[in-house]
Each structure stands twice: as C-alpha cells, then as structure tokens.
Design a protein. Sequence first.
Length: 182
Amino acid sequence: MNDDPLEAHVITRVQNGDTGAYDYLVSKYLRRVVSIAWSIVRSPQDAEDLGQEAFVKAYQSIGRFRTTESFGPWIYRIVTNLALDVMKHRRKFRHEEIGETERAARRDDAELPAMSNEIAARIDAAIEELPEMQRLVARLHLVEELENAEIAAMTGLTDGTVRSHLSHARAKLKDKLADLYD
C-alpha cells in the first residue's frame, strides 16, 4: 500500500508521459537502492551501475506498476534480482587469482588501527564467509535494516525461509565472533 500521496501522483504523471517526474522517485530511492546493491555485490562501482540499471528497468516497466503500491519495495526487488544475477555470473566465471587478491585485501582491512574499524572489518569478514543466501539475508536485515517480509518480497523467498536463513546466519556469526561478546 502506498502511504505517500505525492509518490502516487508522481507515478501517475510518469505513466502519463512526464519523464521529468521520475526524478522524484530516483532522488527518493537512489541511496537505498545503491546500498542494497552494494550489500550484495560488495563493489561500489557495480552497486552504482546496478542502481542505475534498476531505475532504467523500473522506468521501462512503469506502465504496469500499480499506483496503490509503494515504489520502494518494487525497486528494491528489481535491484536485488539484478545484483543476484551479477553474483551468479561472478561465481560462474571467477578465476582463482581474483579470489586470492580479494582474500589478501580483506586481511589488510582487518588490520586497521582503530578498534571500531577492526571490529567492523571482522564482522564484515564473518558475514562474507556465510553461505550465499544466509549472507544475503543477513546483510539485508542486519546492515540494511529491512524487515523479513521486505526481504522475502525482494528475494522471492518465503517469510519462513528468510527467518530460517537469518537464524542460521546469526548462530554462525555468534560462533565466529564469540570473543567480541566478552
């Protein structure tokens, strides 16, 4: 349900050919869309590109969008699907030497002098070690602070599956980061 009357009005204008009105939606959602993409692909450049691609796809399909719905969950689902496609492609064509470079960079990041940066780097590394869907759900819930229902809608998983992935991810993170709890 769309609780933003201005957003519903803007969507109607875009659907009626007012391309300039689309800027409102881009400015309202771009930061979160890029953040969600980054949570999945872990590359600032790829996240920016995916954000732009998501808005292009949304614009191309705006005629089918129902103004009674909120634009946010729809664009989040689009960018999530695009980012998951990128990750599938990476996994399929990944070279061993790239993996070695990434692991070395993570070790360097974990050695940052500031305590909070060190803890953040350890948490990030622990999340990266999770299986794909647990990692995705954990990032969307713990980092992006999305609700389970939103994650389910974005990923096509059931609410129960999201809860299960999140529960398993939390248990693994608790084990990997046990020394931080002291």
